[in-house]
Every structure is written in C-alpha cells, then in structure tokens.
Design a protein around this ligand. Structure first.
Ligand code: FAD
Length: 291
C-alpha cells in the first residue's frame, strides 16, 4: 500500500487487541496517528482513494473482529488542543473525555462532569452521544466540526440529530473538534460531584475489567440489564467472554477471550432475551472489521 509522506505515525500490522478495552480484535493493516489537523488534511488529500478508512477513538465501545481491519485506521489521539472561550470551550476530538473533565474542573468550569468515568475520547462521545440516565453530551454541545474523508470539506453541525446513544454523525466524515457550553462553578463542588460518580460506578459496574460497558441499549420503558437477568443470562460464558454478575449488560473478557467469543455471546443473549420477553435488544457496542 502506497501512503503519503506525513508528519504523524504509521504503525503497520497493528494488533488492535493491545489497545481495545475488551482486549480482543485482530490486526489492522495500518494505524495512522496524525500529528495534527493539517497532517490529517494532507493525508486525506494525497491518499489513494480506494484504500478503506476506519476512524477509531479509544475503542471503549467497539469490538474489532478477529480478522481485523483492512486498509487504514485513523486514531486522533494527538489532536487534543483546547481553547477556553466565553461560556464555551473548544476541544479537539482526540482528547480523552476524563482528562477533559479534569481540565475543566481544574479551571472551575462545569461542562460535562456527569460523564466522568466514561472512558472514551471526545470524538467517541460525540459519535455515540455518550451519556448517563440523567445527562447526555448533546445537552452541552453547541456544534461539531467535521472533516470529509473524501474531499476535505469541513462542515459544522449542531446537536439536533443526536439521539439516545447515537450521535448520528453523517457518513464519510471525521469529527475533529467541537464547542461545548460551559458555566463557572466552584471546583470543590465539581470534585464532590465526580467523587460521587466514581463511588456509584464502582459499586454497580465492573469498570476495572476488560469490557466495553453496556452491550445493549435500553429499549424504551425497560432496562436492558433487567431483561438479560430475567432471561437467565447473568454469568453465561463463551470461551473467556462472560456476562458480568455485577452488571448483566456488561460482557467482560476474563483473560484470553477472542472477538468471536464476545460476538457469539452477544448473539446468544439477544436470542435468549427475544425468546423470553419478545424484545430484540439493540446493540450499543459497535462491531467492525472483516467477517
Ligand atoms: C467501563 C465502561 C463504562 C462505560 N460507560 C458508559 C456510559 O455510562 N455511558 C456511555 O454512553 N458509554 C459508556 N461506555 C461506552 C464508551 O466508553 C462510550 O461510548 C465512549 O463515548 C466511546 O468512545 P471511544 O473514543 O472509546 O469510541 P470508540 O469505541 O473508539 O468508537 C465508537 C464509535 O465512534 C466512532 N468515532 C470515534 N471517534 C470518532 C471521530 N472522531 N469521528 C467520527 N466517529 C468517531 C467510531 O467510528 C465508532 O463507530 C462505557 C465503556 C466502558 C468500557
């Protein structure tokens, strides 16, 4: 594969399981880490248009198949500039969400502290409309800047198309930065909020395991974990992939699970819940890569 000469990094035959939260997934041909936004634009302008492109964040909501990803994966992890403005903050999409929240708190800024402990990037949070039962990132989003991966056009969109766990970003675009609404607040008060969030998470979710968080979305009027529990799926296991006993909507990799183990377990839960309740659970976790 002939690739443009860039300032960033190309990592060839990169093993995705090294960075994915579930610690599964095959090889991607090339992982491209742009040096900055200009580097990314240069790459897009000069790449062979037939090479497939996949954009990844922290892979905290994504399972890559065991056969991996052909073409180029792009990680924006170097794109983490931040600018405090009047009543808003502009942040690039490679910024880690928790580090961003810490940055805001250190500057007495209230923005999306309720998302603390969600382990993705700003880009992933926008693409997924990351949230909790009481707050979603769209509530503080003024606009998102997107780069077209075919022709480098840049557009801005607002939050009006975002839905529950679906940022509804247009196809063929990478989110490169966004503007979020802010308020000034005492940082001690904000620290107290995140302390309580951490405490609640640790009590209720297996957050220090290899997992992608909630596997399924909550169907309207139901809790996915409850339907899974009632259908007898808690503790169910395929290979080393297991339905968490602590939170039945979490699948955990107990050691050497393959992506296939996880995918099969997802399908088995879906089948069992459908048979027991008549409800087809919709995946929140994304599955990408070769079949
Ligand atoms: C322990 C744990 C707890 C979690 N709890 C929650 C929770 O409470 N609430 C919640 O909403 N989620 C939760 N998650 C899921 C996950 O952390 C979020 O969905 C997060 O926002 C995903 O971000 P990411 O950077 O890891 O995205 P990835 O998993 O890498 O990608 C997710 C999707 O976003 C797309 N994407 C990523 N970056 C960009 C970009 N720059 N431009 C365009 N598309 C992009 C990818 O192509 C992919 O389709 C949890 C996960 C874990 C492991």
């Amino acid at each position: 594969m002939k690739l443009p000469k860039i300032k960033g990094q190309y990592l060839y035959n990169f093993n995705i399981s090294k960075i994915s939260f579930m610690k599964v997934g095959g090889i991607c041909d090339v992982l491209y880490i742009p040096y900055d936004i200009n580097d990314l634009i240069y790459f897009i302008r000069n790449k062979d248009e037939n090479i497939p492109i996949t954009i990844i964040g922290n892979l905290s909501n994504t399972i890559v198949t065991d056969k991996g990803i052909r073409g180029i994966c792009i990680s924006l992890k170097n794109l983490s500039n931040i600018k405090i403005l009047d009543n808003t903050i502009e942040v690039e999409c490679g910024f880690n969400l928790n580090n961003f929240i810490q940055f805001c708190i250190n500057n007495n800024i209230s923005c999306c502290e309720q998302l603390y402990t969600i382990p993705g990037t700003i880009g992933g949070a926008l693409a997924m409309n990351a949230g909790t039962p009481t707050f979603e990132i769209r509530e503080v989003l003024e606009n998102t800047k997107l780069l077209n991966i075919s022709n480098c056009n840049i557009i801005n969109i607002d939050s009006s198309k975002m839905m529950y766990r679906n940022g509804n970003l247009p196809n063929n675009y990478i989110a490169i930065s966004c503007i979020l609404k802010t308020k000034y607040k005492d940082s001690n008060n904000l620290k107290e909020i995140i302390k309580n969030i951490v405490k609640k998470r640790i009590e209720t979710q297996p957050i220090y395991t290899n997992t992608c968080g909630s596997t399924f979305k909550n169907p309207i009027g139901y809790k996915a974990w409850q339907l899974i529990k009632e259908s007898g799926c808690c503790g169910m296991q395929i290979g080393a992939a297991r339905v968490s006993d602590k939170h039945c909507n979490f699948i955990i990799n107990e050691g050497n699970a393959t992506a296939n183990d996880v995918i099969q377990l997802i399908q088995l839960i879906q089948e069992k819940v459908l048979k027991n309740t008549g409800i087809l659970l919709e995946q929140e976790v994304k599955i990408i890569g070769e079949n």
